[in-house]
Design a protein around this ligand. Sequence first.
Ligand SMILES: C[S@@+](CC[C@H](N)C(=O)[O-])C[C@H]1O[C@@H](n2cnc3c(N)ncnc32)[C@H](O)[C@@H]1O
Length: 250
Amino acid sequence: MEKVNGRFGTSNTESPCIYLATSDQQGFDLADRLELQVRELSDAPKDWYLTCKNGKLTLDHPTEPSFQLSEQVIRSRIEDAFRSDLAQACGYYPGKTVLDCYGGWGIDGLILAAAGCNVSMTEIHPVLCVFARDLAYQFNLKMNVICDDVKQFLHASDDRFDTIYLDPMFPTHPTTAKPQRRMQILEQIAVPTQDLDTIFDLALRRANDRVVIKNRKNQRLLDQQADWKIKRRSVRFDVYLALNRPGFQE
Ligand SMILES: C[S@@+](CC[C@H](N)C(=O)[O-])C[C@H]1O[C@@H](n2cnc3c(N)ncnc32)[C@H](O)[C@@H]1O
């Protein structure tokens, strides 16, 4: 799968392709549900591509093992949504509006949706958007998946959100610990984060309540001090109160 280029970098209306054997009825059903263009499996590229295995959305590669998101892992995170550090950091109540700016597979967004929030996510990579939509369907959760560059989205719309959540791509980890396969694949296909300062400034002005950034524990992605933090073994959530909060004086 090519790194996303200019074609996908702006509002991307073209749906990605799924590569299927002509006899794969489950694959065709999946393609219909996710509105994917279908191509012959024999035409699959020599890189990561979408396919269907046992009725499930799959990333396949000519030389690497196939990959599917683990339903079990995601289910347990969703079941734990209310107790999660993410929900504590973002704050939740029924209908709280959240924009997840760097949506990825959609897992964090769905945890917040399971905690009762009304979640929209932006993700620049169309294939990751497909996974996010599929997960939302599987777990019967509502999430508005917007396949766009978050900067363009924030410039193009006037929408405000109670919480704006940022989980940018971290620079490759210098330690020897191997991340989970889901993270390894994300590192291969996802788009590196640019302009985080600009997005953060925009977010601070567009949030009604707070902006939350996920960092590695000892990493500082922004110069500005957070109002409060949740620190765990490997990650830290930095919480910044929004500039437009009632009673806030800049
Ligand atoms: C660390 S991942 C997010 C993982 C996510 N929280 C999850 O639960 O799966 C960061 C994501 O940001 C996406 N991204 C990078 N630049 C972006 C941009 N300008 N607009 C939208 N998404 C972007 C990457 O493609 C990547 O999928």
